[in-house]
Design a binder for this molecule. Structure first.
Ligand code: LCS
Length: 395
């Protein structure tokens, strides 16, 4: 029977026949470091790969394996791996795919720590990278070099909400023998499935929507078994940034309501984006769901909804941005996104304050730019708080 995405969220695949002892409907938490062998021969057979079964939780655990299979299924991938954080997933994937002397094409506007990781790979291991505006296939092809082995893309981008054309990136990457890696954290597989557009590997910070409740840090990578096995046997096992079983269990629980939560995040974000764009204290709103969004046709081709995150610019620059943040009473001043609470951050005074103003503007981060992750509170309560703080700017 072919099951729809909503049903598969509640009935994820079960790769371990024995993962639900006693008929427990909710998968148990296997909070164990190690697994015993009945005999030396059995231990030997497991290490040699002649017998399936668990050995040690850094090499695999029934709870983390359930989560890996669930997210691989949602993204349409063969295999998944879970990690201690989104950054642990991204670093294992990049370290697994590149060698010294390789070049990586990167969409501009990637998450700051991803940029930091690329700088580290460049300075210590001679893996070059270039940040590019990958708006169409010709632009991606122009960015490719003979030694490009990976195209790395985040779409929508954080915090500018710029989109990257996934199909164009896949075509240009594959024409040069490179792989396309996509960070699908903002959209989730509910709103965008990069593998259907040709991506090879999809990574997630499950800290955000997949977990959804703001109580866990975890990362995932999904893709073809041939590639993921390479990542499993070295960067994952030997660097060791694996997901904890309890964290995986929390994300498994979060997944059951992912589709419901995304529906509410998207509906509330659409409403808020519309109201913000009509507010006199707001100079611009960046949200792919708005009818006048500049990349409207790409949005309609690639996404089933615009997500719960947007950014907007308050009139009055840095000072207005800081005053707006301090005027909030319900919405929470915090980084992160994709959880039950509405979270608001001001990149120029917070996450990007160390970036020189000129460089910030080049990244599309104006001084009055505010990033808003719309939570699950009543949309009118969220709006009332944003509106009162915006209105107080004029006083
Ligand atoms: N990818 C994206 C798109 C992200 O936004 C983040 C974290 C990561 C990867 C890294 O995931 P983590 O290791 O934290 O699980 N983004 C954050 C943000 O925008 N504010 O705080 C964290």
């Amino acid at each position: 029977m072919t099951l729809s995405m909503d049903t598969r969220l509640v009935h994820p695949p079960n790769p371990n026949g024995d993962a639900r002892p006693f008929g427990a409907l909710t998968p148990p938490l296997f909070q164990t470091s190690t697994f015993y062998f009945d005999s030396a021969e059995q231990g030997g057979a497991r290490f040699a790969g002649r017998e399936s079964g668990f050995i040690y939780s850094r090499l695999g655990n029934p709870t983390t394996q359930l989560l890996e299979a669930a997210v691989a299924d949602l993204e349409g991938a063969e295999m998944g791996l879970s990690f201690a954080s989104g950054m642990a997933a991204i670093s294992a994937v990049l370290i697994g795919l590149v060698r010294a002397g390789d070049h990586v094409v990167v969409s501009r506007g990637v998450y700051g720590c991803t940029y930091g990781l690329l700088c580290l790979l460049q300075s210590k291991f001679n893996v070059q990278f270039t940040l590019c505006d990958l708006h169409d296939e010709a632009a991606v092809s122009r960015a490719m070099r003979p030694n490009t082995t990976v195209v790395y893309v985040e779409t929508p981008a954080n915090p500018t909400m710029e989109l990257v054309d996934l199909e164009a990136c896949a075509n240009a990457a594959h024409a040069c023998g490179a792989r396309l890696v996509v960070d699908n954290t903002f959209a989730t597989p509910i709103l965008q499935r990069p593998i259907e557009f040709g991506a090879d590997v999809v990574v997630h910070s499950a800290t955000k929507y997949l977990g959804g409740h703001g109580d866990v840090i975890l990362g995932l990578a999904v893709g073809p078994k041939s590639l993921l096995d390479e990542i499993r046997v070295s960067p994952q096992k030997d660097i060791g940034g694996i997901a904890a079983p309890f964290d995986a269990w929390l994300v498994l629980r979060g997944l059951k309501t992912l589709s419901l939560r995304m529906d509410r995040h998207v509906a509330s974000a659409m409403e808020i984006a519309g109201r913000l764009s009509r507010h006199p204290a707001v100079a611009a709103v960046y949200y792919p769901g708005l009818p006048d969004y500049p990349q409207r046709s790409l949005y309609l081709r690639q996404m089933n909804g615009a997500g719960g995150v947007m950014s907007f610019v308050v009139r009055g620059g840095m000072d207005a941005g800081i005053r707006f943040m301090n005027g909030l009473e319900l919405c929470t001043r915090a980084v992160s996104l994709g959880e039950t609470h509405t979270l608001v951050e001001h990149p120029a005074s917070m996450t990007h304050s160390a970036v020189p103003p000129e460089a910030r503007r080049e990244m599309g981060i104006e001084d009055g730019l505010i990033r808003l992750s719309v939570g699950l509170e009543d949309v009118d309560d969220i709006w009332a708080d944003l509106n009162q703080s915006l209105c107080s700017l004029a006083l």
